[in-house]
Design a protein around this ligand. Structure first.
Ligand code: DTR
Ligand code: CA
Ligand code: ZN
Ligand code: ZN
Length: 446
């Protein structure tokens, strides 16, 4: 990074150096959050295997809880809150910060359980969720004890690994999904507007152990979809896109709020075709889960391989996505231009730096990340705009009287009206006299 040398810059730099020396502080640099002792960045380690025996042990507990509470774990029934207390106890013991969110539905109190893994960049939170409630007809071990137990054991694996994710990890167990995604919608609606864009992705797991399993991947956000498809490719298990699930589980409220969503599904009451039986095994002409919403959805209503593979896929995805900027989840998901570009001092012209995006599908997301690093002794001089392939401008930074030097910020832009592929530009103009600087680098993360 070059040292600016305009008179105002030199005066400011001298003042800065004097102040720093006075307090014995080395010239300020961006420091990564100090690693907690023994914690490991996910970029350095591969995701662990999730022991399916542990996942099944959680399912056995949920079965026992249902047996002791009228045969189900439904919203408003004692079995639901007892299930939540079981999950919460495991997470509290593993070092998670948990909270229970109450809501009312159909005349009964509902509960969401939220568990945060301490650390990571809270402005880039990766969430994994599953509904914990069953229907009243039975214990709901596949629907959705399987998803609940899969993310629980993955959360416990995060703790065992003492993971230090670049991004913040949050897990959620939803109430009253069977009444129409009531708990997850209550959570999303309760988010402060500014907090929605802090959720960089929501992964949903609803029925991941179906006895006659299919391997379906949600086809909503392409980056999240690819993470799962990449994982199953390592197992040589073909996947299909999840087509009948739109709006039918807890990812729906997140998607409606413009948050990228993804997830896995092993099938419900649809029938497995001959072609699907050919690639996945199991029984053609039979339902993926013949006990869907029935009393026979018990501990015996699980295919261990599907539960195992899907639980491992959850871990793989979270390790990849949590790695944040150091290991982008999808090499095709981020594009960077690191060529320095001088910005002429005021009243000079605007200058632009370009990034050409290829290989992506569909439009950019409503939470496109734009990282900008500019070196300038008076950041308030700069006006910075993102220009999408359509030619539309998105203001990132306004000129002001802010004398703080340099800019190193990631902006979140609703670029959902732009095609992802195409030439994106960053336009910079210096609006204040004397100080000058340059663009150091900028990055798009889809
Ligand atoms: N509605 C969910 C089960 C379900 C049915 N189709 C899909 C597709 C994708 C996810 C979930 C589902 C329930 O009964 O909980
Ligand atoms: Ca496993
Ligand atoms: Zn259900
Ligand atoms: Zn379900």
């Amino acid at each position: 990074m070059r040292t600016p040398h305009s008179p105002r810059a030199l005066a400011a730099a001298a003042a800065l150096a004097t102040a720093a020396l006075a307090v014995g502080v080395v010239a300020p640099t961006v420091q990564a959050a100090p690693a907690a002792p023994g914690r490991v960045s996910p970029a350095a380690v591969a995701a662990p295997d999730i022991p399916v025996a542990n996942v099944k042990a959680h399912l056995a507990q949920l079965q026992q809880i249902a047996n002791a509470n009228g045969g189900n774990r439904a919203h408003g029934r004692s079995g639901y809150k007892a299930s939540l207390d079981y999950v919460k106890g495991k997470l509290d013991a593993a070092g998670f910060t948990t909270s229970v969110q109450q809501f009312s539905s159909s005349g009964a109190t509902g509960y969401n359980l939220i568990a945060d893994w301490p650390g990571g960049d809270a402005s880039r939170t990766v969430m994994a969720g599953a509904h914990l409630d069953s229907v009243t007809a039975g214990p709901g071990i596949n629907d959705n004890g399987s998803g609940s137990a899969g993310i629980l054991e993955t959360a416990l694996a995060v703790s065992r690994a003492q993971l230090k994710p670049d991004k913040h990890l949050r897990f959620a167990w939803w109430g009253a999904e069977e009444l129409g995604m009531v708990g997850s919608r209550y959570y999303v609606n309760s988010l402060a507007t500014g907090d929605r864009s802090k959720i960089s992705g929501y992964l949903n797991f609803d029925m991941i152990g179906s006895p006659n399993p299919g391997y379906f991947v949600y086809d909503d956000d392409p980056t999240l979809e690819k993470v799962f498809k990449d994982y199953f490719a390592t197992l040589s298990i073909p996947t299909e896109i999840e087509t009948e699930g739109d709006g039918r589980s807890d990812h729906a409220p997140f998607k409606s709020a413009g948050i990228p969503v993804g997830g896995l599904f092993s099938g419900a009451d649809y029938t497995k075709t001959a072609a699907q039986a050919q690639k996945w095994g199991g029984s053609m002409g039979q339902e993926f889960d013949a006990c869907y919403h029935a009393s026979c959805d018990t501990s015996s209503n699980i295919n261990d391989s599907a539960l195992d593979h899907n639980s491992d896929a959850i871990a793989y995805a979270l390790w990849q996505l949590a790695a944040g900027g150091s290991t982008p989840p999808d090499p095709g998901g981020s594009f960077e231009n690191t060529t320095d570009l001088a910005v002429p001092d005021s009243p000079g012209p605007a200058v632009t730096s370009s990034i050409t995006v290829t290989g992506r599908t569909g439009n950019a997301s409503s939470a496109l990340k734009v990282g900008v690093k500019a070196v300038h002794t008076y950041s308030g001089d700069l006006v910075i705009d993102l220009v999408g392939p359509s030619g539309r401008s998105y203001r990132l930074h306004n000129s002001s009287s802010d004398s703080t030097p340099n800019i190193d910020t990631t902006y979140t832009v609703n670029a959902s009206s732009e095609t992802a592929n195409g030439t994106w530009k960053l336009k910079l103009q210096d609006k204040g006299p004397q100080d000058t600087g340059y663009l150091d680098s900028w990055k798009l993360t889809f």
